[in-house]
Design a protein around this ligand. Sequence first.
Ligand code: GRF
Length: 227
Amino acid sequence: MTASRIAVLASGGGSNLGALLEHLDTVGGAAVACVLSNRADAGALARAQQRGIATTVLDDPTDGAALLAALAAHDVGTVALAGYLKMIPAEVTRRYAGRMLNVHPSLLPAFGGHGMYGARVHAAVLAAGATVSGATVHFVDEVYDRGPIVAQWPVPVAPDDTPATLAARVLRVEHVLFPLAVAAVATGRLTLGADGRVLGRSALADASAFAFGTTADLPGAIGARLP
Ligand code: GRF
């Protein structure tokens, strides 16, 4: 299969975009064709422009037809949400079912859902007294942070953690897990079955990442070297 072209949607600084670009520079096989944002001042757009990657500002993030047109204009086959804070219109999540991924800075389904983003997630983890947090990459459906889980990586919570220190520790593992998952989907090695099962997680094995989900196609739980 020829690798599909990737679109990245981001609202913020774009460190996950940067990690994805660096990963693809190393492994090849797929490329980011465009970066889209709901914010003209998003740092992710600047990162893209520095690399000569096409960028688009979405004037109306609720306009599904416009978003589909922007994705089609770049012949996009895989969509990666990297800190994108707007809801993806349902017609877009349906069109890209099994080909749209999101990264979330907690172990979903815990500490996810509408309004749970950025420091709010980590503050909620600390307020709950959780001793483990982590990163989740999942397929996107019509409900915030609910789609089938592709992979997760646990991160310890330190007794003296603040939202900022926990966020930094989780972000480090996001920067490993997210690019591997996006590259695996873009190259067809990881897919979403018609029954909602995630197939091909072994493509992530070299991340030493824990991958949870509804299927047993894992070669056993893979110990992660916690950073
Ligand atoms: C990350 O923590 C990601 O999990 C969440 O938004 C943040 C984006 O950070 N969805 P960055 O813009 O990629 O640095």
